[in-house]
Design a binder for this molecule. Structure first.
Ligand code: ADP
Ligand code: MG
Length: 465
């Protein structure tokens, strides 16, 4: 029997004795005893004081026998010994060990606190440090996004849950985060708001549950709930990330209801409409739909030019109109990419210490080459890669190879060509939900499956992407 087992026996026995022996005697005489040996049904208990042994033998000996019998499930003899020197040595070693444990626990606690702070800070940055770039006054509108802006302004003016939730839907880079943060700016002085990306909400939630299990305290969870429920306005960005994460969706549902019942304003953004998130439970979808759902469509060309001109203005740059027009013509579906293209031209011009001209912009962006790509060409390369035909991709065949090729075609068309779901769906002759599912599946699988990642990379490189 090892020391640890012996220690455990003694701890169990002490637990029984604690209930049998008056507390003052127990604390003074029993608690300090050490079980130093257990062999051949002989227990050896060591004390530092002869008087303790005498007292216990005289007053409580049968209780010791009984307690050991209960723990060991057999009869043993209990012997008391007094040896101050050994006793002190053991105690000293134990104290040292305890100190070590204590220091270790302190270290862990410190780390946990740092971690907690980091999470809190992250939330703080998200909530309070709203990006000043995102305001109503620099959001350029046309008929494709004016409803969304008007709704956001309405909520910002009157966050009394009249439209609750406000649900802003739009493709990537179309200004959802911009509008949501603009609401935040408008309200931050007078309302208690939380603005959070879905990934952060999810991570914080998971961290609070995981750590709860360890420490058996509901502290972190309470704090988490306080943070998201004890507020006036909750802004959650990119709600589609919740899809399929069961417990997180449940937490979102409860958070939503608790705010909604209290008439607190909720604003959500997503790249999909509620009904296009098949793995969201119906009760969440119906809640998303119960306020006001506004869609943002890609801005028109003149709006894109205006956005670029605004950026040039704020940077004090003089740029010929032809450059704005060229970029606006070639970046139609994502304002982030539109801005990115302009920034790239500007950065290259500044590296090369040259003026921004149309030729220079063309040289940097090479849009013509990019524009030659279409879904047919993507399907061609993909089918070549998997040794199948384009007809296979468009067919309803479900064999693993064909199905994979079809999904990759959809994925590349959506992610790199920025084709609309409807166009991809039409090309592969499937429903647009099927395209969403296919793209999500490939995206997720690529992050886990090195082979698939390699295959897709090879196809992309043959397409010059
Ligand atoms: P999303 O959240 O929809 O992916 P963002 O809100 O992050 O898109 O917008 C991407 C970039 O495009 C941001 O820099 C944003 O300021 C800018 N942007 C998008 N739409 C507009 C617009 N209508 N007017 C001005 N800037 C815009
Ligand atoms: Mg966004």
């Amino acid at each position: 029997m090892n020391a640890e087992q012996i220690e455990k026996i003694w701890e169990d026995v002490k637990k029984i004795l604690e209930t049998e022996i008056p507390v003052s005697s127990y604390d003074a005489w029993v608690e300090p005893l050490e079980l130093i040996d257990y062999e051949d049904n002989q227990i050896k208990l060591l004390s530092g004081q002869a008087i303790a042994v005498e007292y216990l033998k005289k007053n409580h000996y049968p209780k010791f026998l009984e307690a050991f019998k209960q723990v060991l499930q057999k009869e043993v003899t209990v012997n008391f010994e007094t040896d101050k020197e050994t006793f002190d040595k053991i105690k000293k070693a134990k104290a040292k060990e305890e100190k070590k444990e204590e220091r270790k626990a302190e270290k862990i606690q410190k780390k946990e606190e740092e971690h907690k702070k980091a999470i809190e800070n992250l939330g703080y940055v998200q909530s309070m440090n709203l990006n000043l770039k995102y305001r109503f006054d620099n959001f350029v509108t046309d008929e494709n996004n004016k409803m969304a802006k008007a709704a956001a302004e309405m909520v910002a003016k009157n966050p009394n849950a009249q439209y609750n939730p406000l649900y802003i839907q739009g493709g990537s880079g179309l200004g959802k985060t911009h509008l949501m943060q603009a609401i935040g700016h408008a309200l931050i002085k007078n309302k208690k708001i939380q603005c959070v990306k879905s990934e952060i909400f999810i991570n914080e939630y998971i961290n609070s549950t995981a750590r709860n299990k360890e420490s058996n305290k509901s502290n972190l969870m309470n704090k988490f709930r306080q943070k998201y429920r004890n507020i006036d306005v909750l802004l959650i960005d990119d709600i589609q990330f919740f899809e399929g994460k069961k417990q997180c969706m449940e937490e979102l549902f409860n958070t939503f209801d608790s705010l909604h019942i209290a008439n607190k304003q909720i604003v959500l953004t997503s790249d999909r409409l509620p009904k296009d998130m098949p793995e969201m439970p119906q009760r969440l979808i119906s809640r998303f739909e119960q306020g006001l759902v506004v869609e943002i469509q890609p801005p028109k060309e003149e709006t894109r030019i205006k956005i670029l001109k605004n950026i040039a203005n704020t940077k004090n740059l003089t740029v010929p109109d032809s450059v704005f027009e060229y970029i606006a013509k070639n970046y139609k579906t994502n304002v982030r990419e539109l801005e990115g293209a302009f920034n790239k031209v500007e950065a290259f011009a500044s590296f090369e210490d040259t003026e921004i001209t149309l030729d220079f912009a063309k040289h940097v962006l090479k849009c013509e080459e990019r524009n030659e790509l279409n879904i047919e060409k993507i399907a061609q390369e993909v089918s070549k890669h998997y040794g199948i035909s384009i007809e296979d991709i468009k067919s309803s065949a479900r064999s693993a190879n064909i199905s994979k090729a079809r999904k990759i075609t959809a994925f590349i068309s959506k992610e790199y060509l920025k084709l609309k779901l409807e166009e991809i769906a039409k090309y592969i002759d499937k429903k647009h939900q099927t395209v969403i599912y296919a793209c999500d599946q490939i995206k997720e699988k690529i992050s886990k499956d090195n082979n698939l990642e390699k295959e897709v990379k090879e196809i992309l490189s043959t397409l010059n992407l």
